[in-house]
Design a protein around this ligand. Sequence first.
Ligand SMILES: [Zn+2]
Length: 301
Amino acid sequence: MKLVAAIDVGGTSIKGALVDPDLHIIATANAPTPQNDVEGSKTVKVISELLSKLASPGEIKAVGLAVPGALDETNGISRWSGNLGWKNLPIRDLLAREIKIPVAFGHDVRTGALAELRNGAAKGLNNAIFIPIGTGIAAALIIDGQIRSSNGFAGEIGHVNVGGEFNCVCGKKGCLEAAASALSITNAYAQASGKTGTSSEEIATLSQNGDAIAQKIWENAMASIATACQMLITVLAPEVIIFGGGLSQSGNLLIDPIAKSLGESLTFQKVPQLVIAHYGAQAGTIGCAMLALDLLPNGGN
Ligand SMILES: [Zn+2]
């Protein structure tokens, strides 16, 4: 069997998964992301070590590499990533040289959209928006059947102003990401309750069970997401909005308040379906594996 590895380089950790041609995740391995690795050399070493943890030498036939930030996807270059400290770094080729395995390259959000478009919640649709909500928030835009990114710059819905009270990592105040990312929800709850380390999923459940602090924070976050969705719906008219990332694990606790809010605020717009990603928080990994399988004859089969 031909196996591929999906590698997702995030600001704090690098997540690796071994995936078979039927898109089953066989094994996973994670490692901390090297900090301030402007040359990328430490990062490719860490990825190489992850691959040897995932499989024996020769087993992995291709690697799908996903990174955040602004990318030149065609040429395998990270144009800029604030979290990783990269600027114009040819990370795809650096990795391919180190591991001597073909490397496919993609954006961490758009790989998730690819998985949902080919085989998930956007399958058969022409216009859809995929919004993974984790440490940050961004959107991948499926327009007329294609994932569009305007040279890698489009989709930064996390940094539209939703009138929030929190300062954002981008230097502005009131951004969606500062109000509704899993990290922001956790931080807001810690600040208001004095209890640190409560996950966004736990906060959603606490809110459902009547915890007044959790209720206020969750409601505010959902209202912020609904405001951003309203902008997206008005401008892009998606048939479906797909939520992924860690926050999607809250299921209907996420969907229902946003749907209710949109029901009250939309007037002439076509109301899209709101759904949780078919691949859940794994959408990015599966999309990354798809890119790697695309490099193999017959998709690895
Ligand atoms: Zn921002």
